[in-house]
Design a protein around this ligand. Structure first.
Ligand code: MSP
Length: 665
């Protein structure tokens, strides 16, 4: 039934030091599905997402591109918005931490907490990790390095501003203990309680502008900006309509029903965020849900810094957006980690979508169109086979509804697929083709009507997960008007599970298969995954017996002719150098980050240090061999190589006036 209580759901806001990848898509698609689901249940929904634009990482990314931080953010944010549009994310607000209303909220909160003595000034000595943008204590360090990034830390003594976080430790423990569903899943709740059992320090919430100026100024000390997390977490209140000088109850959407986050940012949300809210006298969110990570097959977290992420846009172009949304939510239980593989994707796509749901729809529609005039047939007398189907449909709707309310997307979809599988089996046992041959038209109509009704249940329930394909399926069943949210609410609250909802006589249409079966990876994925050619060193090591001969070969000798096909295997692309630094363990090597128009800049290690300094390289558009097998060069993995002129010594780089990602032939 319709529930008038509004529903507020948030995703973390994403750093704009890079472009979106599978991990970001995952949180956002999960939140989008819940937002769509709650809207379809009749609730007024506020769905907030956005970008985290301040801080050192973003500043560094901007500097590497030779832009001001704001210019860089304005540019990258368009990529994020495009990706969200491509994923059909139905957010109500896309908040940027550089938005004026957010800056006003952050400054208002800082001023209030300062006036109330919740913030104080102190001198602090700690180990600062520029990569993690935070201080660590001596005991936090692992082998003298940042425990989060493994990178070097610097001992810094600094005067800073601190939030009295420690004062709220007991209250927070009590809240978590008395609200068992507050932090989900349960294992994460225990993790936070474990963390809180140790002494809790106050939180350093400022950075002197002399060290890092890209942030929101402290209103009571213009020489400082606020710590990026203090700024970022408050986005959830800005997006809820909160104003620091008004009562918390005036914030229309607060408290949030669900705040989704990855498990790596659990402490910042479950401890920093909650204590900030307590200091502000604002109620805590109803639920914090920490999901797991997409990893490589070998269990390594996919991340932009490791350069091992999946290009979601490529996956969508190859299999369709809805298949990607389905896979991400179906493959792993929300809250657990899961390994991604393209083979796994193809297998599930074929098994669940092509062979089960797509097949059911195609069989039901084509037989009705061929034998019964292409309209929804009358329901005749039901036998025990149909009674069993109705019982399954009721179970599927119930399971789906219950599981989605608990964010168990995989369980919800599995519950629905139980019905879809039963539908296919029903066709096999009832054999409509035999009924048709025998002229048993009434029974044939009853059987096919049940198949169509199951498709109708699937189309209805799948709308939040697969908005496009579900609407397509419903329209083939003659339900073009069913896009309205009100209708969906009624269908769910009403009799959709009774398998008698479709109006008799409505026209059906067959269309192309909803999910065509793929024996192999479809394009463009197939090309992207084509095996890289064996690494062909530019100067090949001469075979023993050839040694004498090669000694006499002139360097200008072009060598053995190759065919065009040989050449075509080498994929040359334009790449813009966005960052360059000397290799930590090799004098001749430079480690570059090269934007080749892909989701993430790639790391390329090049032997060009004798000729170039980092500042000579950043901003240059070079030509790279994009499909060279990755290789570790003195401990740093290189993904490709640059084309350069010269023999043993590099003379110059091949540069072009073209955009990153452009093909070079
Ligand atoms: N800006 C902060 C969040 C501030 S919220 C007030 C941040 N940004 S992020 O861009 O680095 O990451 C955002 C989200 O993406 C996190 O929830 C993170 O867990 C998620 N993912 C990043 N990589 C991931 C996977 N490989 N798998 C699943 N999600 C992961 O942190």
């Amino acid at each position: 039934m319709s529930d008038p209580r509004p529903f507020y759901i948030t995703t973390p806001i994403y750093y704009v030091n890079g472009t979106p990848h599978i991990g970001h898509a995952y949180t956002t698609i999960a939140a989008d599905t819940l937002a769509r689901w709650q809207r379809s249940r009749g609730r007024r929904v506020r769905f907030l997402t956005g970008t985290d634009e301040h801080g050192q990482k973003v500043l560094q990314a901007a500097v590497a591109r030779g832009m001001s931080p704001k210019q860089h953010c304005d540019d990258i944010v368009t990529v994020w918005k495009d990706v969200m549009r491509g994923l059909q994310i139905s957010y109500d607000r896309f908040l940027r931490t550089t938005d004026d209303d957010h800056v006003a909220v952050v400054q208002g909160v800082l001023q209030r907490l300062w006036n109330e003595g919740e913030i104080y000034k102190d001198e602090y000595t700690g180990w600062y990790s520029a990569a993690a943008e935070r201080f660590w204590t001596e005991k936090d360090l692992v082998d003298g390095r940042c425990p989060d990034t493994g990178l070097a830390v610097e001992k810094i003594t600094e005067t800073n501003y601190f939030f009295r976080m420690s004062a709220y430790r007991e209250r927070l423990i009590a809240h978590i203990e008395t609200h068992p569903d507050f932090i989900q899943p349960g294992s994460r709740r225990n993790e936070v309680l474990g963390f809180l059992r140790r002494p809790l320090e106050d939180l350093c919430i400022s950075r002197p502008k002399t060290r890092m100026s890209w942030g929101i100024e402290l209103p009571f000390d213009r020489d400082y900006v606020t710590y990026v997390w203090f700024d970022a977490l408050l986005n959830y209140l800005t997006g809820a309509g909160y104003r620091p000088d008004a009562p918390a109850a005036d914030a229309t959407w607060w408290p949030a029903d669900y705040q989704l986050l990855g498990k790596d940012i659990l402490t910042t949300h479950a401890v920093y965020w909650t204590t900030m809210l307590m200091a502000l006298d604002v109620p805590l969110p109803r639920h914090l849900y920490a999901h797991g990570w997409w990893t490589t097959k070998s269990g390594e977290k996919m991340s932009k810094s490791l350069g091992n992420t999946i290009d979601v846009a490529l996956l969508c172009r190859s299999f369709g957006l809805d298949a990607v949304r389905y896979f991400l939510l179906r493959e792993i239980a929300f809250g657990h980690d899961g390994g991604f593989s393209y083979e796994g994707f193809l297998t599930r796509y074929n098994a669940d979508l092509a062979d089960k749901l797509g097949n059911l729809a195609h069989r039901g529609l084509s037989m009705t169109i061929n034998w019964l005039g292409g309209v929804v047939p009358e329901l005749g007398a039901r036998t025990s086979a149909e009674d069993e189907l109705v019982a399954r449909a009721e179970r599927a709707v119930e399971t789906y509804t219950q599981a989605l309310e608990r964010l168990q997307f995989d369980e919800a979809l599995e519950g629905l697929w139980d019905l879809v599988r039963a539908g296919n089996k029903y066709i096999d046992t009832e054999q409509p083709w035999t009924l048709n041959k025998q002229g048993q038209t009434e029974r044939l109509g009853t059987v096919l009507r049940h198949v169509l009704e199951i498709c109708f249940v699937a189309g209805t329930l799948l709308r939040p997960v697969m908005p496009g394909k579900a609407a397509e399926l419903l329209s083939r069943l003659g339900r073009t008007e069913d896009a309205s949210e009100a209708w969906l609410r009624e269908a769910l609250a009403g009799d959709v599970a009774h398998l008698d909802a479709l109006p008799v006589g409505d026209a059906l249409s067959l269309g192309e298969p909803l999910f065509p079966r793929h024996k192999e990876f479809p394009e463009p994925l197939a090309s992207a995954l084509a095996p890289a050619p064996a690494p062909a060193p530019l100067v090949s090591e001469p075979k023993k017996e050839e040694k004498k001969v090669t000694k006499t070969v002139s360097p200008h000798d072009p060598g053995e002719p190759i065919t065009y096909d040989d050449f075509a295997r080498v994929k040359l692309r334009v790449g813009r150098v966005v960052h360059a630094e000397p290799h930590p363990n090799a004098d001749k090597l430079m480690v570059l980050k090269v934007d080749a128009g892909e989701a993430e800049p790639r790391t390329i290690v090049a032997g060009i240090r004798s000729k170039f300094a980092p500042e000579d390289l950043v901003g240059r558009n070079v030509v790279i061999v994009a499909n060279l097998k990755p290789a570790k060069l003195r401990g740093v993995e290189s993904h490709g190589m640059l084309l350069a002129a010269g023999g043993a010594e590099v003379v110059d780089l091949v540069t072009v006036d073209a955009a990153p990602g452009d093909v070079v032939r």
